[in-house]
Design a protein around this ligand. Structure first.
Ligand SMILES: [Zn+2]
Ligand SMILES: [Zn+2]
Length: 253
């Protein structure tokens, strides 16, 4: 199903400069937080009051007056969704769940990694609460309807076992893809992180089979670094693009 009147924001949060994305239907106020893993106070303050530092990138209102001009008086957080369970993406989910009492969606193959979030963060010198447990599961190729919002889920293992990319399709386009650490501008996520099940060949297979068929003008919101587009990465990404060794290998098989 297609979404329209969509409001997308990026917050670059935490010591690892991770992208948290907030998606709101401007007609209903229904809001979903993707990868709300760090600086949750900052995200909550902005969603509820337009106060504090605010987003690093936004395609929507930036105060109550402009929001009211869409006929919307407040936003309602209705669910949390994660691309994967590295602690910078998921460590502070408990704080969001305390605030909103909503469901949290994660692919079950990242449940083990998620259970280690607090221990993994300690190794980097960060203190986190007891890890949250996802109460809802993402599945490959599912259409996830949350309130008035609709998301397409693609299971894209390789960076982690349960990594997923999340697409919102927009009536007049372009669509948006929340790619986690599967695909970056000019790069891909690491495949050597502990307890994650990383595998470069698997990651390349995931990107080539699940992401390259998407519309070329799809805006990609990676877990780290600048925004990009599917068409740009497909033609120029040195690791998984159509001119990469991994792509040549894929075509042979
Ligand atoms: Zn990651
Ligand atoms: Zn990350």
């Amino acid at each position: 199903m297609l979404n329209n009147e969509l409001w997308v924001e990026s917050f670059i949060v935490g010591a690892l400069a991770m992208r948290c994305s907030v998606v709101t239907d401007l007609k209903t106020g229904d809001t979903v937080i993707i990868d709300g893993g760090s600086e949750t106070d900052r995200i909550i303050s902005w969603i509820e009051d337009f106060s504090g530092q605010g987003p690093d990138w936004s395609k929507g209102p930036n105060d109550f007056d402009s929001m009211n001009s869409y006929g919307l008086s407040k936003r309602k957080v209705i669910a949390l969704v994660n691309t994967h369970a590295h602690f910078d993406h998921s460590g502070e989910i408990p704080y969001l769940l305390d605030r909103y009492h909503v469901s949290w969606y994660l692919h079950p193959e990242d449940d083990y990694l998620q259970s280690l979030a607090q221990i993994s963060a300690q190794r980097w010198g960060f203190k986190l609460p007891t890890p949250a447990i996802a109460d809802k599961q993402l599945e490959d190729n599912m259409t996830l309807t949350l309130g008035s919002l609709t998301f397409e889920i693609y299971h894209t293992p390789g960076h982690t076992l349960g990594g997923c990319c999340i697409e919102v399709k927009i009536e007049d386009g372009p669509n948006h893809l929340f790619a986690g650490d599967t695909l970056f501008a000019g790069s891909v996520g690491r495949t050597d992180l502990p307890h994650s099940g990383g595998d470069f060949n698997l990651l390349a297979h995931s990107v080539i089979t699940k992401l390259w068929p998407l519309d070329v003008d799809t805006v990609v919101h990676p877990g780290h670094g600048p925004l990009t587009a599917i068409g740009v990465e497909k033609s120029t990404n040195p690791f998984v693009g159509v001119n990469s060794p991994a792509f040549a290998e894929f075509r042979k098989s």
